[in-house]
Design a protein around this ligand. Structure first.
Ligand SMILES: Nc1ncnc2c1ncn2[C@@H]1O[C@H](COP(=O)(O)OP(=O)(O)OP(=O)(O)O)[C@@H](O)[C@H]1O
Ligand SMILES: [Mg+2]
Length: 273
């Protein structure tokens, strides 16, 4: 009987040792749960740009208008070019002011937000004449420079349109903020936005190329640029100079001719119906 009790005791001790050594049967140590990263998209307030504001600013609501088809084509070509080169960030500039940079940028962003999948970030880098907020009917209480200097967290400043377009826009012009574009902090914040929001494309509305050093300063923060020329306003020489100067600093994704009055004969506005 005594031997039997000893054997039972030994078996208990052996089982206790085995349980201790096997991590699958060990009771987890009490303590804080491991943190799961929270997507910053969920923190953004969601806005719906007023339809009338969009129409007034020549922002197409869909691809049915002939101009809307051109924007969808630009979106898809740009996405393919950028994906094939591994590019994420594209800056939109023009030789001079008023060529339609903001219009092309806002139209592209809205066309990107109509995709069933994929996420985009739109940032107004035009500290001289920020007009994305007005074009899209947004009312930011702080500006892009507040984000790029780290004063305001991106997720507190940006808003979401359609759940897959995050917009960082400014309320008013601050030319003195042009120097913010030259700082390491601005680069770090953009890297943080790219990492946390995980967009497949980031669009930057920029000032005109001529007149300041802002576009060259920002050119190494992006992977490529689109140059917008205005039909009847931009000369071939201005477009050439903008392209050749900028190509020293970044990739040229293409040139868009805006404000064309006549459509190419191969568009078929009646299809599909
Ligand atoms: N395709 C177009 N057809 C007709 N008008 C247009 C077109 N694109 C833009 N515009 C008009 O031209 C003006 C300038 O457009 P926009 O603000 O987009 O240009 P910009 O290049 O961003 O100007 P800025 O240099 O001041 O930032 C606006 O009044 C806009 O409505
Ligand atoms: Mg503009």
């Amino acid at each position: 009987m005594e031997r039997l009790q000893v054997a039972v005791q030994e078996a208990r001790e052996r089982r206790a040792r085995l349980t201790e050594a096997d991590p699958r049967t060990r009771t987890p140590a009490l303590g804080p749960e491991p943190e799961t990263p929270v997507s910053p998209w969920g923190k953004l307030s969601s806005v719906t740009p007023p339809r009338r504001r969009l129409l007034r600013g020549r922002i197409f609501l869909n691809a049915r208008a002939p101009g809307g088809v051109a924007i969808d084509l630009l979106r898809t070509r740009l996405l393919k070019l950028m994906a094939s080169n591994g590019w994420k960030r594209v800056m939109i500039t023009s030789p001079n002011s008023g060529c339609g940079k903001t219009n092309v940028c806002a139209n592209l962003a809205m066309a990107l937000s109509r995709r069933p999948e994929g996420r985009a970030v739109l940032i107004d880098l035009d500290v001289f004449r920020p007009s994305l907020a007005g074009t899209l009917g947004l009312n930011p209480t702080t500006g892009v420079a507040d984000v790029l200097t780290g004063r305001v967290a991106p997720s507190d400043q940006m808003v979401s349109i359609g759940g897959n377009l995050a917009v960082c826009a400014s309320r008013s012009a601050h030319p003195e903020d042009a120097n913010v574009l030259k700082t390491r902090k601005a680069r770090e914040v953009l890297d943080e936005i790219e990492r946390d929001f995980a967009p497949d494309i980031m669009l930057f509305d920029a000032p005109p190329f001529f007149g300041t050093d802002a576009v060259i300063a920002a050119s190494d923060m992006v992977d490529c640029v689109v140059i917008v020329g205005a039909s009847g306003e931009s000369s071939i020489d201005q477009l050439d100079r903008t392209e050749s100067d900028l190509s020293q600093y970044t990739n040229i994704a293409g040139i868009v001719l805006n404000k064309c009055r006549y459509l190419a004969g191969d568009s078929d506005a009646a299809y599909p119906q």
